[in-house]
Design a protein. Structure first.
Length: 426
């Protein structure tokens, strides 16, 4: 027997960058159980603070019907579960479904007849029904589409973006039966004022999400390759893009590091699935290889320029301004700034990392990096403006250069300084 919209008792499993904003929006309108295995995370949320800064304290307080828990048995009170756990890749660029499988096991232990499990985590087409449903069946002892049902509604959160929240981005929805699809769609329409798009199947919804970031990644890869060409020719890439951008249909992509949990990860899910069905996705693989190599390229540009300036590289001090994967956001997931740092250290360069947005404990845990509290004036042979935090752009070139020695190299990776103000631009 399927659930009616009016009888939904909701739980959100995973309260990170995706799950918390979703839980807060629902918590303004209906009772919601917010579940996460991270006890410290739950304590902070119960105290009214979100360390990711995706939801401010006032918004948290407005979600008066949202309660938090780390106890899996509390989930038994729900009959609709929305799963918003990470879907990373491993060291070999292969999908790591461990968080998704564990979340499915947790839900399977409390799953009842008629329940619906909706997945939001980014996956390859087929993962919900081929990888998650068997776990739910195995743990619960129930049968899919007879005793319980599933849906898929891909997350579209843009970390750090205060203008586009979960309620203002159109939501793709789907369900394992037409009736369940209607229930899932109605549930999301409760909070998404931008509206919904009901996909004809779960696999279509999964595919729609994974190609969003694959498309963006490939476009950036093209611009990155153009930057390599133009740099070799002594042509300023930004000037070329500004000139080309005067045509109405030129796409405004810019070169740079492709990190984060979406653009730098999602294409590998689609690549994995393509290879599993016997296809070799040449364009996607080429784009990923090119984007993944940009950190090492940036490091080599800096080292070459320092060498030309007769700055001794071995033992040189370089200041990295920014570590997070994007500006004005504390998200360190899959940051490609780490590739620059690790490459520079291969040259025995001493790298100081300064990022007022990053959590020092997280940086130490995830990457082994110790962040500095404040850069030392006049101390650096090289400075890399790696992340365009407002604090850095507000400094301007003159104040940034005060951090360098009389002879130093300033690399403006983000194109936030005037052309003549930096020694290198990507």
């Amino acid at each position: 027997m399927e659930i009616s919209y009016s009888s939904i008792r909701l739980a959100i499993v995973g309260l990170g960058y995706v799950g918390l904003p979703l839980a807060v929006e629902f918590g303004k309108k209906r009772p919601v159980i917010g579940f996460d295995i991270n006890a410290a995370r739950i304590r902070a949320l119960q105290a009214g603070h979100d360390h990711t800064l995706e939801v401010d304290d006032a918004e948290l307080a407005r979600a008066g019907r949202l309660r938090y828990t780390t106890q899996p048995e509390d989930l038994a009170q729900a009959n609709v579960f929305i799963v918003t756990v990470p879907t990373p890749i491993d060291d070999y660029k292969q999908p790591d479904l461990t968080p998704l499988v564990k979340a499915s096991e947790t839900i399977g232990a409390v799953l009842k007849r008629g329940d619906i499990v909706v997945y939001e985590s980014t996956v390859y087409p087929g993962a919900t029904e081929e990888d998650c449903v068997p776990v739910l069946e195995r743990v619960s002892g129930l049968r899919f589409n007879r005793d319980f049902f599933v849906g898929y509604s891909p997350e579209r959160i843009n970390p750090g973006d205060k203008n586009r929240g979960v309620s203002t981005i159109k939501k793709v929805t789907s369900g394992s039966t037409p009736e369940v699809a209607d229930v899932v769609d109605a549930l999301y329409r409760e909070i998404v004022v931008a509206g919904t798009h009901k996909a004809p199947s779960i696999r279509v919804a999964e595919a729609s999400k994974v190609i969003e970031n694959t498309q963006r990644g490939l476009n950036i890869a093209l611009i990155n390759e153009l930057a390599l060409v133009f740099n070799k020719m002594g042509i300023d890439t930004q000037a070329v893009l500004e000139a080309a951008g005067t045509k109405w249909n030129f796409l405004p992509f810019r070169p740079g590091l492709v990190g984060g949990h979406c653009i730098g990860v999602d294409p590998y899910y689609l690549i994995h699935k393509a290879q599993a069905i016997g296809l070799h996705p040449e364009i996607m693989l080429a784009g990923c290889r090119l984007n993944d190599a940009m950190g090492a390229y940036v490091a080599s540009q800096l080292v070459k320029t320092m060498t030309k300036r007769r700055i001794h590289v071995q033992g040189a001090r370089v200041l990295m301004l920014g570590l997070t994967f994007k500006e004005n956001c504390p998200d360190l997931r899959n940051t490609k700034v780490a590739d620059i740092i690790d490459e520079l250290r291969q040259y025995d360069v001493d790298v100081d990392i300064y990022d007022p947005w990053a959590d020092p404990e997280e940086a130490k845990h995830e990457y082994g990096y110790s962040l500095i509290g404040q850069p030392e004036a006049g101390a650096y042979d090289g400075i890399v403006l790696a992340v365009a935090h407002d604090k850095f752009t507000a400094m301007g070139a003159a104040d940034i250069r005060k951090l360098g020695k009389p002879e130093h190299v300033l690399y403006d990776l983000k194109h936030v300084l005037p052309l003549e103000a930096a020694d290198i631009r990507l």
